[in-house]
Design a protein around this ligand. Structure first.
Ligand code: ADP
Length: 169
């Protein structure tokens, strides 16, 4: 990062996120499935140039929802959140790419859809925090943890898209 009159600052986490291939867990929540937004949401990640490595429609059991959101257990909205996530099928996805974790969070937008920027998934397609259509891991570590939680090893594919050399030099 070169800025005038300022020393060169080395930000290892920033450099790492710009060079390392990561995997993130993206989930279309029951409202996204019920509202027919599955194709629209997948298209946004595909068009950006990330690689899909896992995909399934899945009815989430209560214990898995509780494990996935265990850090929010003490929140007053936790019971309603579990009810929401288990209320119908979700679409589970693993997406791979350089810097995909932070980039996917940007594509998704703020937790409260009314504060999410237009152009983001939540900014364009939702109006309420309790119905915000999509989940995305908040760190590479949680990406790994959540993919291991929602997918069997055999459900995640290693493959090279034909377009790879046209996306990354
Ligand atoms: P994010 O999904 O943007 O990472 P959080 O990890 O803070 O956001 O919350 C997880 C999910 O819990 C949110 O996406 C939303 O579905 C739900 N949630 C968060 N805050 C609230 C709230 N105040 N009321 C209802 N649901 C909430």
């Amino acid at each position: 990062v070169i800025t005038r009159n300022k020393p060169l600052i080395f930000l290892p986490h920033l450099v790492a996120s710009m060079t390392q291939v990561e995997t993130t867990y993206i989930m279309i929540k029951p409202d996204g499935v019920q509202r027919g937004l599955v194709g629209e949401i997948i298209t946004r990640f595909e068009k950006k140039g990330f690689k899909l490595s896992g995909l399934k429609l899945f009815q989430c059991p209560q214990d898995l929802a509780e494990e996935h959101y265990k850090d929010l257990k003490s929140k007053p909205f936790f019971p309603k959140l579990i009810e929401y996530i288990t209320s119908g099928p979700v679409v589970c996805m693993a997406w791979e790419g350089i810097g995909v974790v932070a980039s996917a969070r940007k594509l998704i937008g703020s937790t409260n859809p009314l504060q999410a920027e237009p152009g983001t998934i939540r900014g364009d397609l939702a109006v309420q925090t309790g119905r915000n259509v999509v989940h995305g891991s908040d760190s590479p570590e949680n990406g790994q943890r959540e993919i291991a939680l929602w997918f069997k090893e055999s459900e995640v594919c290693e493959w090279t898209p034909a377009q790879a050399p046209w996306l990354i030099e």
